[in-house]
Design a protein around this ligand. Structure first.
Ligand code: SF4
Ligand code: SF4
Length: 274
């Protein structure tokens, strides 16, 4: 019988770090392959990534391009299909499992833990989760008013890939890269501050995935209301009261790992379930 009082292994956490690291390696190594070895099988970064004949376009950058050009360019739409389908079925998983900002945030978290030896960092203040929707609406509105795809140029996840590309191809860095540093610094105030409240891409993926098939269920008979899962959530959600089913949840699994009673699990909702 399973001993429910031992410290749980951090299964999802460890897998997520491996996947995040792998996703980061793609955008880190690829410019070197392109530039020094002329191996162009993979091109670009997570705003627009070509793998062989497949082309993936970030849904927000794709939407911005359509709004600005007022043209629906078919290859662009096709490039958005797979990321949109992933979000429809799995929600905001790009954020937790692939985004370079998440990877760098995990890295800086580990550095802080190592230096300060603190187990869990506090959020110094929190805001309304709904801010995320305003970030998306504001960004799209500004794009239309200015007639320029702002997120294409200034998205922190995109900037990580662009800065690596600039460093390899042009031996320089763009000044906008400072935005990435600011995003990481904000983590010191509130865990994943930018991802919680400000990222329009995270908001769009959350919106697309609001009726996602994969989400969390809590077994109330097993739950001891200890609050460990709520403390573990990097987005400040309360999975103990069902916020793991909200659009904001990015299915990272930290709350599942933290529960010593195994009371929280991922569940695949069938199309017929409501
Ligand atoms: S919210 Fe934005 S920056 Fe944060 S992980 Fe998602 S895409 Fe990346
Ligand atoms: S509720 Fe759980 S799975 Fe969702 S973001 Fe929070 S810790 Fe991750």
């Amino acid at each position: 019988m399973k001993n429910k009082t031992t410290k749980p292994e951090r299964r999802f956490h460890n897998w997520r770090l491996i996947v995040l690291f792998g996703a980061f390696l793609v955008i880190l190594i690829n410019p070197f392959l392109n530039f020094y070895f002329h191996i162009n099988f993979v091109q670009g970064w997570y705003q627009s990534l070509g793998i062989g004949k497949l082309w993936f376009v970030s849904p927000l950058e794709g939407l911005e391009s359509i709004l600005v050009s007022k043209l629906v360019y078919m290859p662009l739409l096709i490039g958005m299909v797979i990321p949109v389908l992933i979000a429809i079925f799995l929600g905001r998983v790009f954020c937790a499992w692939a985004c370079p900002i998440s990877f760098l945030s995990e890295l800086s978290d580990s550095a802080i833990k190592f230096l300060k030896g603190r187990k869990r960092r506090k959020d110094f203040f929190t805001l309304s989760k709904r801010l995320l929707w305003f970030a998306l609406m504001g960004e799209l509105l500004l794009t239309m008013i200015l007639g320029a795809p702002i997120f294409v140029f200034l998205s922190p996840p995109g900037l990580v890939g662009r800065e690596i590309m600039m460093a390899v191809f042009f031996k320089t860095l763009a000044v906008e890269g400072v935005i990435v540093l600011l995003v990481l610094l904000l983590n010191l105030v509130t865990r994943r501050f930018y991802c919680r409240y400000l990222c329009p891409l995270g908001a769009l993926l959350a919106f697309i995935g609001s009726k996602r098939r994969l989400s969390l269920v809590i077994n109330t008979a097993e739950c001891k209301e200890c609050g460990l899962c709520d403390m573990a959530c990097p987005l400040g959600l309360k999975p103990s009261i069902g916020e793991g089913r909200s659009p904001y949840c990015w299915n990272c699994g930290e709350c599942v790992d933290s529960c010593q009673q195994d009371a929280i699990k991922f569940q695949w909702k069938e199309i017929t379930d409501h």
